[in-house]
Design a protein around this ligand. Structure first.
Ligand code: BES
Ligand code: ZN
Length: 467
């Protein structure tokens, strides 16, 4: 391992060049206008794997391609699945970027671009560490199987479908057969704080919707008709507001039925972490934090469900005043879920609830866009100990255990469909501006992540599979 670690220093420029090249590709999965760019990112990843001498298969899907790559089996050693995504969130609002989102810039030791941390930079740490092993030792100490997808940011539907498919699409196996491994590794989350690396043992799930409301057959004069016809914008506002009460609880009937409560021990663990409310407020420039009554900010973010509106529309939005009673209004919103909430159960209950509060004179359509359950993974496995040792090598610090509020939809399926646990090793930081303007990745963390990853393969090789 030492030889590989030594080699990493000489490879820094090459590693940065690779990252910048991938960041220049505008692989926005949500917007069909970017489909060609998404394809180009998949091709870039596949070409990188081919250059490393791995066995590579690109599987086309209804939306964005799946890239599979594997190194040779290593007898008696674990097989490790590395999952990541090459797609990114839309870069909007564009005018808030200091430099354009797909022209990566280096500022203050950070690389700034859409996808820098989420997930191109973090995903590449594992690709580049494997490449360094192959260059320095000629082989990897464990078998690696990479699955790099292009729909993580829109719900991973094609990967779910691929897992159900009976086609022998990869190396003569079905995708589910091919993906069965001893343990999975994902770097698509964060450290607890700068200088405090972490292992994440829980993620929230999600249930995402679009609500469309329709009133009169077309826009009306609000003076002539106002007061006599329900206004869809107001109906929307009332319905969205009804989702939560003043104590921050979600009002959909049965919403909390399956929520796994936080144990006292876990609450104590969270409370013992060095988290400052004041610093948190300053970081976000808000005067107060809010949320479900009776829970701390970390509990609310990591282990309690939540509800957020992502966008809403309807009526006149341009310059000046227009007296219109709009015909339509709509919103995109989602719930973050915790174990053991079931997104399908929530959808059914939500639809019923919204219909029950739909004002007269309004028609509604609820579109269920995607859903995934939350997860927690065991912290006492030998794989987890290997991960913590590797982090210590890469970051020079012991990792703390945390949960996080974001979602990686496919993680639940890794356990439920394939029976394996996932090591969530985040190299990002909370203030990396993921999904926001000026997304960044601290370059020192990029290099430390590559180091930790290189160490991880040899730490995992010490674990006997099946134990
Ligand atoms: N990298 C994030 C998830 C994440 C962020 C985990 C921070 C832990 C900490 C991932 O790429 C992501 O953003 N996922 C989406 C999934 C959704 C669209 C299905 C999310 O959480 O919004
Ligand atoms: Zn993301």
């Amino acid at each position: 391992m030492q030889e590989t670690l030594n080699r990493l220093d000489d490879l820094r420029d090459q590693h940065l060049a690779d990252l910048l090249e991938l960041l220049r590709i505008a692989s926005v999965s949500a917007d069909p206008a970017f489909q060609g760019e998404v394809r180009r990112a998949a091709d870039w990843v596949a070409a990188k794997f081919r250059g490393m001498g791995l066995s590579v298969t690109v599987v086309p899907t209804e939306r964005h391609p799946l890239v599979f790559a594997s190194s040779p089996p290593v007898s008696g050693k674990p097989t490790v699945l590395v999952y990541g995504h090459y797609d990114v969130q839309p870069p909007d609002p564009l005018d808030e970027w200091i430099t354009p989102p797909f022209e990566p810039a280096i500022r203050d030791g950070n690389v700034v671009a859409r996808g820098a941390t989420d997930d191109k930079g973090q995903m590449l740490t594992h690709v580049l560490s494997a490449e360094a092993w192959l260059k320095s030792a000629g082989q990897l100490p464990v078998q690696l199987k990479f699955v790099i997808e292009g729909e993580e940011e829109v719900g991973s539907e094609s990967l779910y479908h691929a897992l159900d498919s009976t086609d022998r699409a990869v190396d003569g196996m079905t995708v589910a057969e091919w993906m069965k491994c001893d343990v999975a590794v994902i770097s698509d989350s964060s450290q607890f704080a700068p200088g405090v690396p972490a292992v994440t043992y829980g993620l929230r799930g999600i249930a995402y919707y679009e609500l469309r409301l329709t009133g009169p057959k077309q826009d009306l004069h609000s003076g002539v008709f106002g007061g006599a016809v329900t206004n869809p914008c107001l109906a929307l506002a009332q319905m969205l507001a009804a989702l939560k009460d003043e104590r921050g609880r979600v009002m959909v009937p049965g919403f909390y039925d399956d929520v796994l409560p936080l144990s006292d021990a876990e609450r104590q663990e969270f409370a013992s972490l060095d988290f400052s409310e004041e610093k948190f407020r300053r970081q976000l420039d808000v005067e107060a934090t809010t949320g479900e009554e009776g829970f701390t900010t970390l509990e609310r973010r990591w282990a309690r469900p939540s509800c957020d509106v992502h966008g809403l529309w309807g009526g006149y939005q341009k310059e000046g005043a227009k007296t219109v009673l709009p015909a339509k209004a709509g919103a995109k919103f989602s719930f973050r879920l915790v174990p053991n909430q079931d997104p399908q159960k929530i959808s059914a209950s939500l639809e019923k609830f919204l219909r029950s509060i739909l004002p007269p004179g309004i028609r509604m359509e609820l579109i269920d866009m995607h859903g995934a359950p939350g997860c927690v993974v065991p912290i006492d496995s030998p794989y987890m100990s290997a991960a913590r040792a590797a982090i210590e090598t890469g970051f020079g610090k012991r990792a703390v255990f945390i949960r996080e509020g974001g979602s990686i939809p496919i993680v639940g399926a890794f356990k439920q469909r394939l029976g394996m646990d996932t090591l969530l090793l985040g190299w990002g930081l909370d203030d990396d501006n993921t999904h926001s303007p000026n997304e960044k990745f601290h370059l020192a963390d990029f290099y430390r992540g590559i180091r930790a990853s290189a160490a991880l393969w040899s730490e995992l090789a010490k674990v006997t599979p099946g134990k």
